[in-house]
Design a protein around this ligand. Sequence first.
Ligand code: FB9
Length: 548
Amino acid sequence: MEPGWRWELRPVHLLRLRRHTQDDDTLSPALRLDTFKMAMHSPVPVAELLLRRLEASDGGLDSAELAAELGMEHQAVVGAVKSLQALGEVIEAELRSTKRWELTAEGEEIAREGSHEARVFRSIPPEGLAQSELMRMPSGKVGFSKAMSNKWIRVDKSAADGPRVFRVVDSMEDEVQRRLQLIQGGQAEKLGEKERSELRKRKLLAEVTLKTYWVSKGSAFSTSISKQETELSPEMISSGSWRDRPFKPYNFLAHGVLPDSGHLHPLLKVRSQFRQIFLEMGFTEMPTDNFIESSFWNFDALFQPQQHPARDQHDTFFLRDPAEALQLPMDYVQRVKRTHSQGGYGSQGYKYTWKLDEARKNLLRTHTTSASARALYRLAQKKPFTPVKYFSIDRVFRNETLDATHLAEFHQIEGVVADHGLTLGHLMGVLREFFTKLGITQLRFKPAYNPYTEPSMEVFSYHQGLKKWVEVGNSGVFRPEMLLPMGLPENVSVIAWGLSLERPTMIKYGINNIRDLVGHKVNLQMVYDSPLCRLDAEPRPPPTQEAA
Ligand code: FB9
């Protein structure tokens, strides 16, 4: 016997063996016994034992029964079935699920030691037993109430030193133990449904579904399975021994082992699709490699007044160090200052004292529109003006109240088109083209307000899955007070729109809480398993909880 192998014969095996010998006349007890002994003593692979048993059986055999017979774990036989299946047509194996009754651990214990009520009954001497003492026994509580309901015992409440329990009958039949032993002996069918359900209610019995294999001979059945070669080694070739060696057939359908590879986070998968859409529409990506921005480019350049509520700590993360932006294009800054404080270019401005210090304050950018302002300013410096289409997708930071769909940072997607004589109609047109590529066709535009665009529109789309109109973005025509101080020509107008990356990603992947998408609570499995789902395809159903 191999070192470390220890056969422990559990009673159930013997019982099963006994059961087999009793009512199953297909196999001569002798053959059954020697198969069992063989299993016990010789390291014959289970597969071989199975083939021999199959050889002897007519029609086939059940993997669970064979396991019982061989006194081994069902899993071991299942393993053998799988390895024989891999050999091709040696065996046929059909998966079956058989329901059967199995004792729970407490059921096993009662079958061995007797029912709680029987133990209580046996523990009562003729002179009776103090109820308090009886209740302290392990089976006390359960046993007492059962023995009472079986009218095996009675309680004399008036006894001198407190309630005392006496036997009513001289002897009793421990039906519960008998029935459990019957089941243990594989004769569950001898019990009526009522008895069975009573034992189930007492959590002594459970119905288990066992997935077993019904194994039968395959077209290439043989009892001797010669180990099939899986490698063609140089010495086989040089010795020519490959000629008479059986080789395992190639399974060209076998799935290769997925190489361990990196996994793109769903957000980045959707980002690459948005990038693709913009590039298809002829847009160029704006540089956004600066989370830290000056208030000037984030607000002032966008003609957002310095007392605008978005510019206070409640909405914006200001920096303590480096607190101030030192490099600002001062000639342009002067024009912005004048436009804010006095107006110009046909605008009356905001008529307030514009402060350079306020504009120098560094912050975490609250939108990528600051990158658009920088790009448009660079564009304005290039004469003559050339129409452009820019886009950006990057992180922005807002000191907002956190909730299921809002974190203090998200990815903003922004599109900007600068050309002569662009109107709101052009904006609606480019928005239709953009969202159509997202698979969103039904759009509605609702007038809105942004400090840096006039007119402005919120964009809504009717969402089939959610059966409602969803806000899918914001947009507008940049104000001349923003563009002209940059030096862009009079008749050049710039249309732009923005949306988030998180919202479409959550909807696409059926994620309701942003913390399941971003942050330390994300279950990486979701990232590994998240397929690349095409934005313009139907959204995936929300992940059912299990799989989870
Ligand atoms: O993304 C948003 N919604 C959205 C987008 C796509 C989508 O796709 C589905 C697959 C079908 C679903 C939903 N929103 C913008 C709308 C809302 O979610 C809104 O409540 C939250 N918004 C963010 C800001 O929250 C404070 C989303 C974010 C947003 C809002 C506005 C802009 C950018 C991002 C902008 C802009 C702008 C305007 C004019 C000129 C330049 C930029």
